[in-house]
Write a protein that binds this ligand. Sequence first.
Ligand code: 5AD
Ligand code: SF4
Length: 427
Amino acid sequence: MNFSDSEIVASILNENDFESTNEIRDADVIFINTCSIRDHAEQRVRKRLEFMQSLKKKNPLLVIGMLGCMAERLKKQLLEEEQALDLIAGPDSYRDLPRLLTEVASGNKAINTLLSIDETYADISPIRYDSNGISAFISIMRGCENYCAYCVVPYVRGKERSRDADSILSEAKVLFQNGFREVTLLGQNVNSYHWKLDGTEASFATLLKKVASLDPLLRIRFATSHPKNLSDELIQTIAEKNNICKSIHLPVQSGSTHILNHMNRGYTRDLYLERIHAIRTFLPDCAISTDIIAGFCDETEEDHQETLSLMEHVAFDYAFMFRYSERPDTLAADRYKDNVPIEIKDRRLKEIIELQQKLSFKSNKKDVGKTFEVLIEGFSKRSTEFFSGRNSQNKVVIFPITQNIPGDYVQVKINQSTSATLIGEIC
Ligand code: 5AD
Ligand code: SF4
């Protein structure tokens, strides 16, 4: 999400005669795009600002700006606390950046953290910098109104709003014409996407089908799905279209209904498992990944065991796993006690990570001997003698290079696996 925002910012600044540079010491303006989801992310930004302050000592004209969620959360307070900062812009004020920069040029500090109900940056074509030229993100929604008890997103990214479907389709089309072969449609809860298309109300499934119909050689991924909104219609759409990738990211957060209620997630353990059953029924070869939080308020040992048993039951292919960190102003911070001691949170997280490693290893081992269609993304990180790409299930596949080029689809037979990678050869 943040990366996609940085591309929008780059585009707005480019239109206003700024150029980007890969060399930080050449920059006249540096923006840090921030995330507030976990405290750890904010601490890292604070550290980064110390480094920026040292650059400023060498170049007093250097302008430092902070963008995104942390800017939105802390607003003016940040300008007071962080000497290095000249400018603050929240996620809905990027169009105002040229004006804010002019204000800084005239010797003032500048800030705009107004949230909007309709800003989607639909008309801005993001600049794809730092891209492999093969895969790109397309933001299709902004904001979130789910108010999960632990989560700061609704407060820092504002109301949920969907982006004009025609602008999404034309962005995907242009990307394809420019050689891209994979787009990931992004939103906090893509399943609640809605827009009028050809005069009728269009759901996310309709949008997905339209994007997938642009060209069979364009692969489509999407994230993130909320379990309470994952419809049968969507699962069937994924099944119908070959180029919609067979991989669903479905954050569970906890395996205990008691904790899910406490988190205000809007589903129970049974409902989550029922959705998994629907995916397995219609999409037998679909990979399923998730997000899990260890040690949320009032989580008992029994709740934790339920998370582990759900993980085993679903056999997730991949997971992002976090220790609960209390975020100011959230429902949990206001109403609950962060009462699971840190050592217990860490022990539970460790158990979750260890189990997931086993599950990922097992999932990859099952793929040995199978053949997958792989989209080549470039050289493998470790060796230019190997290509790296992904299969439809979003697993990284590496294999010895051939005469193919990035952007080609190839059939790869898997000979070996680790918990993170499949290794094979073109057949
Ligand atoms: N503490 C820990 N993890 C969190 N997440 C969101 N808020 C918090 C928090 N306060 C995790 C959730 C979410 C992912 C993006 O970040 O698992 O799905
Ligand atoms: Fe946060 Fe919940 Fe919205 Fe995800 S769905 S962004 S966890 S409030």
